[in-house]
Every structure is written in C-alpha cells, then in structure tokens.
Write a protein that binds this ligand. Structure first.
Ligand SMILES: Nc1ncnc2c1ncn2[C@@H]1O[C@H](COP(=O)(O)OP(=O)(O)O)[C@@H](O)[C@H]1O
Ligand SMILES: C[C@@](O)(CCOP(=O)(O)O)CC(=O)O
Ligand SMILES: [Mg+2]
Length: 376
C-alpha cells in the first residue's frame, strides 16, 4: 500500500524548480499481486482489476509480447528508464483494445502506466493485479502517485527472497525504496507529462518532506497541524493544468519566474516554522502558516490554476476566520483549511455543514504517517 498526500505549499512552482512542502496522509491505495500456479486455468493472462470501479482489463501474455514495442536491451528492473514515445504508442493500442467506457477515459493513462511498470519490472509473466483505493481520483491528493508507488512496491516485493507471511505491514529497505521511487516517477511521467517527483517521493517515504529539484529533506514537525480537506468534486486533470502553467511561463518568463521565486520563499518559510521548537508559541506559528497559505493561494491564482469552487471554499471558511488554499494541481479538486488548535468544534461543525450544503465533501486526515509498505 502507498499513501496519498497533501501539498502544504509549493505545488506547480515545484515543477519549475521551487521548493515545496508535502505530507503523507492516512488514505491509501492497495495493490494485491497474485502470481498463478502452473495448474491454474488462465495462467497465460495478465489481469488488472480496479475494484472501486468494478472494472477488469485482461491481456494474454502473448498479445503483450507481440504488442509492446520495446528495446529490451534498454529495460532492466534495476535501472528505471523512461517509456519512449514509440513504446507508449504501442501500449496505448493495447489499452484502446480494452474499450474503456467513455466516462472513464481518464483511466487510460493509469492503465498505460500499469502496463509499462509491470512489464518493465516483472517482464511478460501472467498475474492478477487487484487495486483498491481510499483516494478520490484526480482530486489533488496524489492518487496517481500512490497508484504508481503501491504497484511498484508490489512488483519489487514479489521478487524478494524473504517473504515472511502474516507479519503485517513492513517498509522496504533503503535500496528498494530508492528503486521504487525512481520507477514510480517514470510512471508519474506517463500520467502527468512533467511531474516534479514530489508526489511519488512523499508517497514512497511518508512523513513530511521539503522537496526541491529532486532533493528531499525530511521534516520533523514541532506543531500540531490539523487540516480540513474539502473535495469540491470538480474533476480535472493534472497533466493539463501542469502544461497550462508551463505555457504561461513561456509567454511571461520574467513575471512567472518572480511568482515561482515567491513560492520558493513561502515554502521555505513554512518548513522553517513547522520545525521551529521553542522560539514561537503555537498560536504565533499558526498565524504565520495561515498568512503563508493565503499568499501561496494568491500566487496559484496568478498561475491560473485556481477555480470558482475553490473560491467558494475560501469565502465560506473565511467567514469563520479560517484560511484555505488549494492543494495539488487545482482546477477544482481538493482545498486545505488550517484548523488552528483553538478553533472550537462547534465552528468546525458549522463550516463543514456549510461546505457540504454547497455539494462539497469534507474530511480530516492524519498527516505525516508511513510511506509505502508491503505485506505477504
Ligand atoms: N487506483 C488507480 N487505478 C488506476 N489508475 C489510477 C488510480 N489512481 C490514479 N490513477 C490514474 O491517475 C489519474 C489521476 O491522476 P492525477 O490527474 O494526477 O490526479 P491525482 O494524482 O491528484 O489524483 C487517473 O485518471 C488515472 O489515470
Ligand atoms: C501540480 C503538482 O505540483 C502536484 C500535482 O498533484 P496531484 O496530481 O494533483 O495530486 C505537479 C507535480 O509536482 O508534479
Ligand atoms: Mg497526480
């Protein structure tokens, strides 16, 4: 299993080299891998089951071998590599053959990613892969990264020699974590186009991290951080939003560089405040984080990735003196609201009631938990 995440500061700008701060949340994607016995019927097929959606896709191993055009000299499980555009095209044909319902067409990139990661790490062997998730798809909570990380964890674990059964969840060792994170990043590339790598990294390693151009700093929080997560349920696609920001940066390079630099300073300050020990009271820290979230939201608006549904959440929470910002790619999706320690339960209940009456879904999640884990 691998967790989803929230981005406290720095989404989008992180794709352009700025710092961002993210934390794992206790909502997971689970991947079960079943390798068939020789005697099993159907032991020549690769089957993918998406349990939440009651969808199943299946290919004969022979069809995969014939259909996936790749240069096997370039692909080895221990050296993660990008899927070439030619290979991706051949995989897309195999995905199209599955006749995905039109309403679920966004899954195509996830299924292509599945075929690329599976065949690259395990090769052309039959199996049944069952996916369940507690994360909403395409809402900014990193379902794409959790999917790539959990899948790769299962694939890597299946070749482990030490399969002690029934011991519960355990982490992977550092070498395998690093390998898994690299493969998951290659998967994210298929789904996002140009990911920064923050989502797969926080999903793989867990906790709370500061991330800048691939450099990871694990953060130790010294303040209680409670966030209300509001899913506006407005669907969007990370790939389109990320490329929209890049296009804006091409049109206005100087202005957008200033925006990205401002976000970099905000994220660094957020990370510093979260880690500060005694110099500041909790209330003071919360006030600072609140202000930085507000500034970050303003800059996300100037990148063109906010949405009217996000504005509704911001206005509703503002009436109760609470501050919100979008999280993840924006364009709808999820919004974070900081719940300071002194805010009363009655106020939170009222805010939740108002947000839910606008058709949104609210929940809280525990922040900064474990990353990818395996279980035999
Ligand atoms: N459990 C899953 N099974 C299959 N594909 C998935 C799963 N989770 C995510 N995906 C893929 O990731 C896409 C959503 O990723 P993205 O747009 O980055 O949003 P987010 O990562 O915020 O949820 C889905 O449309 C699908 O292609
Ligand atoms: C917008 C971005 O910063 C985060 C995207 O997160 P999500 O896929 O919306 O959960 C992109 C990235 O960092 O790869
Ligand atoms: Mg994503």
């Amino acid at each position: 299993r691998a967790p989803g995440k929230i981005i406290l500061a720095g989404e989008h700008a992180v794709v352009h080299g700025s710092t961002a701060v993210a934390a794992a949340i206790d909502l997971y994607t689970y991947v079960t891998l079943r390798l068939p016995l020789q005697s099993d019927e159907n032991n020549d097929r690769l089957t993918l089951q998406l349990k939440n959606l009651s969808l199943e896709f299946t290919w004969s191993v022979a069809r995969l071998k014939e259909g996936i055009a790749y240069d096997s000299s370039n692909v080895s499980p221990s050296t993660p590599a990008s899927c070439s555009s030619q290979t991706l095209k051949s995989i897309a044909v195999l995905v199209e053959e599955q006749n995905i319902p039109e309403a679920k067409i966004q899954l195509s990139s996830g299924i292509s990613t599945f075929l690329w990661l599976y065949t690259s790490v395990l090769g052309f062997i039959p199996a049944t892969v069952i996916i369940t998730t507690e994360l909403p798809y395409g809402s900014g909570l990193g379902s794409s990264a959790a999917f790539c990380v959990a899948l790769t964890a299962a694939l890597i674990a299946s070749s482990s020699s030490d399969k002690t059964r029934g011991d519960g969840w355990s982490s992977l060792d550092e070498t395998n974590l690093e390998l898994l994170n690299k493969w998951a990043f290659e998967g994210e590339k298929i789904i996002h186009g140009k990911p920064s790598g923050i989502d797969n990294t926080v999903s793989a390693y867990g906790n709370m991290i500061k991330f800048c151009s691939g450099e990871i700093t694990r953060l130790k929080s010294n303040m209680p951080l409670r966030m209300l997560i509001t899913n506006t349920k407005v669907g969007r696609n990370t790939k389109a939003l990320v490329s929209g920001v890049s296009e804006r940066a091409v049109r206005h390079p100087e202005a957008m560089n200033s925006v990205f630099n401002a976000v970099d300073s905000i994220s660094k300050e957020v990370a510093a405040i979260i880690q500060t020990k005694d110099e500041m009271s909790v209330t003071e820290k919360e006030e600072r984080v609140k202000e930085l979230m507000e500034m970050n939201q303003g800059l996300l608006e100037s990148m063109g990735v906010s949405h009217s549904s996000t504005d509704t959440v911001i206005q509703t929470t503002h009436k109760h003196k609470l501050t919100s910002k979008l999280t993840g790619a924006g364009g709808g999706g999820c919004v974070l609201t900081l719940l300071p320690t002194l805010v009363s339960g009655t106020v939170v209940d009222k805010v939740v009631q108002e947000l839910e009456s606008s058709g949104f879904q609210c929940f809280t999640a525990s922040i900064g938990g474990n990353g990818a884990e395996i279980c035999f």
